[in-house]
Design a protein around this ligand. Structure first.
Ligand code: HEC
Length: 105
């Protein structure tokens, strides 16, 4: 293989994890979040924040921080503990993709 084709291979495989966030899979996982954060990402529980339209990397960081204990909250720590890195990426992609105003497109 030429150097150029190795670069292509590395680019394709190197970027795969970043492109792998799957909002549809995140939607399926988000059913358990709806009780507090709402089915459309607009919170229904009085103390829960809206997630719709939030910056994807911020949502992912928040979930990683709850999971690791860097950020502590009784309910969210419990929710985040069983999530895999992939679940977190997918959930972040899904909630970020929802319209911030709460209306479905
Ligand atoms: C029992 C209610 C409840 C459930 C269920 C729940 N959350 Fe939360 N969530 C909260 C509350 C309350 C907060 C605010 C916590 C705090 O003050 O840190 C929060 C915070 C968050 C944040 C941080 C938002 C921000 O603006 O910093 C994210 C992200 C999040 N939840 C995602 C999820 C996901 C994804 C699920 C489903 C896997 C989920 N939550 C399920 C109640 C809930």
């Amino acid at each position: 293989m030429t150097l150029r084709s190795w670069v292509v291979v590395l680019l394709v495989f190197g970027c795969a994890p970043a492109m792998a966030a799957d909002a549809a899979a995140g939607k399926a996982r988000a059913a358990q979040c709806a009780a507090c954060h709402g089915a459309n990402g607009i919170a229904v529980a009085p103390d829960a924040p809206n997630l719709a339209g939030q910056v994807e990397s911020y949502l992912a960081k928040a979930l990683h921080d709850y999971k690791s204990g860097a950020r502590k909250h009784e309910q969210m720590t419990l929710m985040a503990k069983p999530l895999s890195d992939k679940d977190i990426d997918n959930l972040a992609a899904y909630f970020s993709s929802l319209p911030a105003g709460g209306k479905q497109p």
